[in-house]
Design a protein around this ligand. Structure first.
Ligand SMILES: Cc1cc2nc3c(=O)[nH]c(=O)nc-3n(C[C@H](O)[C@H](O)[C@H](O)COP(=O)(O)O)c2cc1C
Length: 432
């Protein structure tokens, strides 16, 4: 098929017994790939990812539970800047939060697509193994169609799910940025006698955290890594579909990865950040629309240790937020978090100050849940090519259905602009 005339909709993504549109919406935490967004992509025949980041807090906001307030109350006496080795999430709460959230989404699923959960290993929650096990198994119990293991090597994640009755029937995939990471995962999970059902290759232009070094991410290329992964699986005699993501801005970009690199589908996220269904507040979506290429950076403020891409205007950068571990604490690892440590050191150096602006690190869980980390892919400066400016100078937030259809039907890198409904136009007009 010629790359110029082919469209993503000409291809089918075969995953187990399912025939899907070759488009996955990547997981975007915290609650940016919302229930509404993931369900919409699934309704239209693709795979919509939820994110399992900070689900107790997401449930409090979406379902009226009180996990965060109860945790903060339980650990009130630990408030302060000391390390917090004894500050544990109750595993029954972690499990219940994930179950409530996933059940609530799955009962509304319609259409021929699937809803998966993006599960980040680096979300250590002061008991990396225990909390990961609870999150993974609760999602399976609650009927999730599949789980994508991300942000880490996940060397024991398959073993942690092995006893679950759905371990062999749910779709399980791994997100990698190199053949090396994939090899480690396959070796370490081989004792469960279960292969991943799909592999997502995430390249250096993706949003969120990057699986590359701070100084070398720019030397890598998604198509090249995808080809290497496809080749490796072929030489091992493994028939596992590879999904490529990071910088896929048009349907034609997707066709290039399918035709030129052997991908079976693509994973996209940045174009959906400004959709009506995205969880970002409207003011943040407008900041994404206005961004120019120079406004985007890869920095080291995330306490995970992974580089992260975001707008330079993200309020989380050099913020003076007091560590919020009593209520949140999702990044704690054996009682410590690089932000907590940096804040403690700043406080010791300047005891006369009430608050401390920390340049190198950020209070990630608090800032993410407050939508103060404007994380985005490298193509975010092109979002203005995908919508229409309204009379008052703001940009129209297109429905996810429009973005999905544009990806599937576009040819020759063309982007179809959305039609703005009359009521939206009227609401954004300038009074005479
Ligand atoms: C706003 C945003 C938040 C993201 N959050 C996560 C996340 O929580 N976990 C994760 O594994 N990937 C995350 N990603 C990466 C996406 O799932 C996806 O793989 C990648 O961004 C695709 O590239 P694109 O944004 O250029 O289309 C995020 C991406 C964006 C844009």
């Amino acid at each position: 098929m010629s790359i110029e005339t082919a469209k993503l909709d000409d291809y089918a993504f075969r995953l187990g017994s399912h025939e899907l549109k070759p488009l996955m919406l990547g997981g975007m935490g915290v609650n940016i790939s919302t229930k509404a967004l993931a369900l919409e992509v699934a309704r239209l025949g693709g795979v919509g990812h939820l994110s399992d980041a900070m689900l107790p807090d997401v449930d409090d906001r979406e379902l009226g539970t009180h996990f965060t307030a109860e945790k903060a109350k339980r650990f009130r006496t630990m408030a302060g800047l000391d390390p917090k080795p004894d500050m544990h999430f109750r595993l029954e709460d972690v499990e219940r939060a994930a179950r409530l959230y996933v059940e609530d989404v799955m009962k509304e699923k319609r259409g021929s697509g699937l809803v998966f959960l993006n599960c980040m290993e680096k979300l250590t929650m002061n008991d990396a193994r225990g909390t990961l096990k609870s999150r993974l198994n609760a999602a399976l119990d609650a009927g999730i169609d599949g789980i994508s293991l991300s942000a880490g090597l996940h060397t024991s994640s398959f073993s942690l799910m092995e006893e679950n009755p759905r371990f062999r029937d749910a779709y399980l995939g791994i997100v990698v940025s190199s053949v090396r990471a994939l090899k480690i995962f396959l070796r370490r999970s081989s004792k469960t006698n279960r292969l991943p059902d799909y592999v997502v290759v995430e390249g250096p232009l993706a949003g969120g955290h990057l699986g590359f070094g701070m100084d070398d991410w720019m030397n890598f290329d998604l198509a090249q890594i995808t080809r290497e992964v496809v080749e490796f699986l072929k030489t091992e005699g493994l028939s596992i579909p590879v999904v490529a993501g990071g910088g896929v801005f048009t349907g034609t970009d997707g066709v290039r990865l399918i035709e030129g690199a052997g991908a079976a589908a693509v994973q996209v996220a940045t174009r959906f950040t400004i959709s009506r269904e995205s969880g970002l507040p409207s003011a943040v979506k407008q900041a994404y629309f206005r961004a120019e290429a120079d406004d985007i950076e890869v920095n080291g403020v995330s306490p995970t240790g992974y580089p992260m891409r975001m707008l330079k205007s993200s309020p989380c950068i050099a913020a003076d937020t007091k560590p919020q571990c009593e209520a949140y604490g999702y990044m704690l690892d054996r009682g410590e978090c690089p932000y907590l440590k940096a804040y403690r050191e700043a406080a010791a150096e300047h005891p006369e100050l009430k608050r401390h602006a920390i340049a190198g690190k950020t209070c990630l869980c608090f800032q993410m849940k407050s939508y103060k980390v404007y994380t985005c892919g490298a193509t975010a400066h092109r979002l203005k090519e995908t919508s229409v400016m309204l009379p008052d100078g703001t940009w129209y937030e297109p429905p996810a259905e429009h973005i999905m259809n544009d990806y599937l039907t576009s040819t020759n890198d063309r982007i179809l602009l959305p039609t703005v409904p009359a009521d939206v136009l009227a609401a954004h007009s300038i009074p005479a």
